[in-house]
Ligand binder design. Sequence first.
Ligand SMILES: Nc1nc2c(ncn2[C@@H]2O[C@H](COP(=O)(O)OP(=O)(O)O)[C@@H](O)[C@H]2O)c(=O)[nH]1
Ligand SMILES: [Mg+2]
Length: 193
Amino acid sequence: MRLRGYVCYIKREMSRNDICLLLGATGVGKTLLLKRLHNILYLSLHGLNELGTPPSTLPTVGTNLIDLTLRRRKKVTVRELGGCMGPIWPSYFSDCSSVIFVVDSSNTAQVSSSCIQVLSVLSAEPLRSASVLILFNKRDMPCIMSLVEIKSLFRLEDIIASATQPITTLELSACTGEGLQEVLGWLESVTVS
Ligand SMILES: Nc1nc2c(ncn2[C@@H]2O[C@H](COP(=O)(O)OP(=O)(O)O)[C@@H](O)[C@H]2O)c(=O)[nH]1
Ligand SMILES: [Mg+2]
C-alpha cells in the first residue's frame, strides 16, 4: 500500500512540466505575452497564422498559469507573478528551471527600477543555474530613447557580466506579435520535459 503511494508520487513528479517564471513590473505586458504565446501555438496547431488584434488584459492579482505544448512534444508551464507581488516572488523560485523577465522598453521612467529588480532575481540562490530571458517589450511604441540607450540605462552589459546564469535578450511587441516566435524558440531550447 505504502509502496503504491511512492510509485504514484514518483510518476507525478516525472510527469511534471518544466516551470518558467514570468516576471517584471506591473503593466510591462506579461499577461498579454502569455495570451499571445497560447494563441500562436493554438493557431499553428490548426494551420493558421493570423494573430489578430491583441486581447484585453486585466491587472494580475496573484498568479497566472498556462501550460504550453511546444514542438517535439515538450511541455512547459509558464507562471506569471503579478508585479505587485515582488516581495514574495522568491517563494516561487525553488521549483522553476527558467525565468523570463519583461521590461517595458517604452517606459524610460521604469527602466532603472527594472534593473534593480532583475539584479535581485539573478542573485537569488535557487535561480543560480536557471536559464534567463530578458525581453524588451512594447517595441511598437514610440519612445524618446533608442533601444541602445534603453539597454544602457538598464545596465544590460553589467547585468550579463555579473550574472551566474546564461542570459538571452530579445526584443518583442506582444501587441503586434513581432518577436513571439523567437520567444517560443527560446522556451523550446531551455525546456527538457
Ligand atoms: N503597445 C503595446 N502595448 C502593450 C504591449 N504589451 C502589453 N501592452 C499593453 O500594456 C498593458 C498592460 O499589459 P499586461 O499584459 O496586463 O501587463 P502585466 O501587468 O505585465 O501583466 C495592456 O494594456 C496591454 O495591452 C506591447 O508590446 N505594445
Ligand atoms: Mg498581468
